[in-house]
Design a protein around this ligand. Structure first.
Ligand code: PFF
Length: 477
C-alpha cells in the first residue's frame, strides 16, 4: 500500500466548483430520466414530491456531503475514516465511503451505455436520418439499435474512452477545462429549445402536465422513485460531492454553492421536461412510453418540425455533453481513493477502473437484447437491477447516513466552520438532518420497497433500528 495522500488539488475558484458540481448534477437524470419517470408516474403530483424531496432532503444532504468532503480532506472512504477518528466514532464509517465509491462505479457502468445511445442519435440526426420520420419508423429505429449488441457496445466504448481520457488528465487540466466548455454551451442550447417549445402550441398542456398535481396517480413506489431521483439528479449520497468538496477551498461558501447547484439542476430538469412534453403533446405522442421516451418520440417530433434537423442535432449534442460532465464525476470518487489510499497514480487508476466498469457495463448492453429475458429482483433486467439498487437503495441509504453523521457525530463547532448559516437557519438545518431527512428516507424506502400489508411492520422496524443506531452513536460521542 502506498503513502496516504490528502486532497490538495483545489478548484481555481468557487465559480469553477459550482460549474463542476452543476456539470455533475445535470445529466441524463435531467434530460432522459426525469421526463420519462414523470411521464410514467402521472406528471404533476410526482413532480411535486420530487421538488419536496429536493428541498427538504436534497439540499441539506448536499450541503452536508460537500462539508464532509471539505472537512475530511480526502476521497469518500478516507474522508469518513478521518472524520470518524477525529470524533472518536467507529472506523466502520469508512464503509459509508465505500458504499459511495461502489455506487458511483455501478451507475457509471450503465450511464455510458445510455449516453452512448445519445452519441449514436447525435450522428444520425446530423446525417439527416430523422428527417420526415414517423412514429412507427422511430419506434423500429430505436428497437433496431437496442437489438444490436455490437452497436451498443461500440457507443458504450466510445463514451467510456472519452470519460477515461478526461479524468486521467486530473482535476485542473481535465475536469475544469471540460466543464468550462460544456456547461455554457449546454445552457445556451436548452434556452434555444425552450424558445422553440413555446411555439409548438402545446406549451400550456405541457406546463399543466408538469405542474397540475393529481394525487390519485401517486403510489408509494412512485414516491420512492421521486425520492431516489432527487438523490440521483443532485449527485448526492455516493461521494461525488464529497470528493468535489475535498478540492474546495475553506474560503468558499458551501451554502451558496449548494443553493446554486440545486437551483440550476432543478431548473434544467423542469425546462427539459417542458421542452420534451411540448414536443410530445404537439405531435400526439405518448407521455408514459418509458425509457424510450427521449429516443423513440423526439426523432419523430424533430423529423416533422421546421428546422428539425438543426434542433435535433443540437438537442442530442446537449444530451451527450450533459452526460459527459456527469460521467467524469461518477468515476472521480473511486479514482481519488485508488490514488490517495493505494498509491496508484491517477492515470493508471483511471484506466484500470474504467476498464472494469466498461466490462460490467456489457451486462447493461446485453439487457436490451441477448439477456432481455434474464431477470433479477422479480421482473428487472440486469440494467433495471443496477439502476434500482443504486438509485433507490444505495444513494438514499448513503445520504441518510451522511445526514446522521453530520448531525449526530460532528460537533457544533465543526459544523459551524463548514456551514455558513445564521443561527436560526442552522437550527432548522440540524433538525432536518437529525430527524426529518432520515425518517423520511426510511419511511419512503420501506413503504416503497415492500408489499403494502407489510409496510407498517417495516416502518416500525426501521424506526426502531434508527433509534438504536442513533443511541449507539451518541453514546460513543
Ligand atoms: N446527477 C447525474 C444525472 O442527473 O444524470 C447522475 C449522477 C452523477 C449521479 C454523479 C450521481 C453522481 F455522483
Amino acid at each position: 500500500m502506498g503513502q496516504l495522500k490528502l486532497s490538495t488539488d483545489l478548484w481555481s475558484s468557487q465559480t469553477v466548483f459550482i460549474l463542476a458540481a452543476v456539470g455533475s448534477a445535470v445529466g441524463l437524470g435531467n434530460l432522459w430520466k426525469f421526463p420519462y419517470i414523470t411521464g410514467e408516474n402521472g406528471g404533476g403530483a410526482f413532480v411535486l414530491v420530487y421538488l419536496a424531496c429536493v428541498l427538504l432532503i436534497g439540499i441539506p444532504v448536499l450541503m452536508s456531503e460537500i462539508a464532509l468532503g471539505r472537512a475530511g480532506k480526502a476521497n469518500p472512504v478516507q474522508a469518513m475514516s478521518n472524520l470518524a477518528r477525529e470524533n472518536g466514532a467507529s472506523r466502520l464509517w469508512a464503509l459509508l465511503g465505500l458504499n459511495g465509491v461502489l455506487a458511483g462505479a455501478l451507475i457509471l457502468s450503465f450511464y455510458t451505455v445510455i449516453a452512448g445511445w445519445a452519441v449514436s442519435y447525435f450522428f444520425q440526426s446530423f446525417s439527416g436520418a430523422f428527417v420526415d420520420m414517423n412514429a412507427s419508423e422511430a419506434n423500429s429505429h430505436f428497437d433496431a439499435l437496442m437489438a444490436n449488441p455490437y452497436e451498443l457496445l461500440f457507443w458504450h466504448t466510445v463514451m467510456s474512452l472519452v470519460t477515461i481520457l478526461i479524468v486521467s488528465k486530473g482535476v485542473k487540466a481535465g475536469l475544469e477545462r471540460a466543464i468550462n466548455l460544456m456547461l455554457p454551451a449546454l445552457l445556451l442550447i436548452l434556452l434555444v429549445l425552450l424558445g422553440y417549445a413555446t411555439t409548438t402550441g402545446a406549451f400550456g398542456k405541457s406546463f399543466n402536465f408538469l405542474f397540475a398535481a393529481d394525487f390519485s396517480k401517486l403510489t408509494w413506489e412512485s414516491v420512492l422513485i421521486a425520492m431516489g431521483h432527487a438523490f440521483f439528479t443532485l449527485s448526492i449520497g455516493l461521494g461525488t460531492m464529497m470528493v468535489y468538496g475535498s478540492y474546495l477551498s475553506q474560503k468558499s461558501s458551501i451554502v451558496k454553492a449548494s443553493l446554486w447547484i440545486a437551483f440550476a439542476d432543478t431548473a434544467i430538469a423542469l425546462i427539459a421536461g417542458l421542452v420534451i412534453f411540448s414536443i410530445v403533446f404537439s405531435n400526439g405522442l405518448e407521455a408514459g412510453s418509458g425509457p424510450g421516451l427521449l429516443f423513440e418520440t423526439l426523432p419523430v417530433a424533430f423529423g416533422q418540425m421546421a428546422g428539425g434537423w438543426f434542433f435535433g442535432t443540437l438537442f442530442f449534442a446537449l444530451v451527450v455533453m450533459a452526460a459527459l460532465s456527469s460521467a467524469i464525476s461518477l468515476i472521480e470518487p473511486v479514482v481519488s481513493w485508488f490514488d490517495q489510499n493505494w498509491g496508484i497514480k491517477r492515470e493508471k487508476a483511471v484506466w484500470i477502473l474504467g476498464t472494469l466498469i466498461w466490462v460490467f457495463g456489457i451486462g447493461t448492453v446485453l439487457s436490451f437484447n441477448v439477456w432481455q429475458d434474464v431477470h433479477f429482483l422479480g421482473e428487472k433486467t440486469f440494467f433495471g437491477t443496477v439502476d434500482y439498487l443504486t438509485s433507490n437503495i444505495m444513494l438514499p441509504l448513503g445520504g441518510l447516513l451522511m445526514a446522521v453523521f453530520m448531525a449526530w457525530v460532528m460537533t457544533k463547532e465543526q459544523i459551524k466552520t463548514q456551514i455558513d448559516l445564521s443561527s436560526g437557519w442552522m437550527k432548522w438545518f440540524i433538525l432536518d438532518l437529525k430527524w426529518l431527512s432520515p425518517i423520511a428516507v426510511l419511511v419512503v424506502s420501506s413503504s416503497g420497497l415492500v408489499a403494502s400489508e407489510s409496510v407498517l411492520i417495516m416502518v416500525a422496524i426501521s424506526l426502531f433500528l434508527y433509534g438504536a443506531y442513533v443511541w449507539n452513536v451518541t453514546r460513543k460521542n
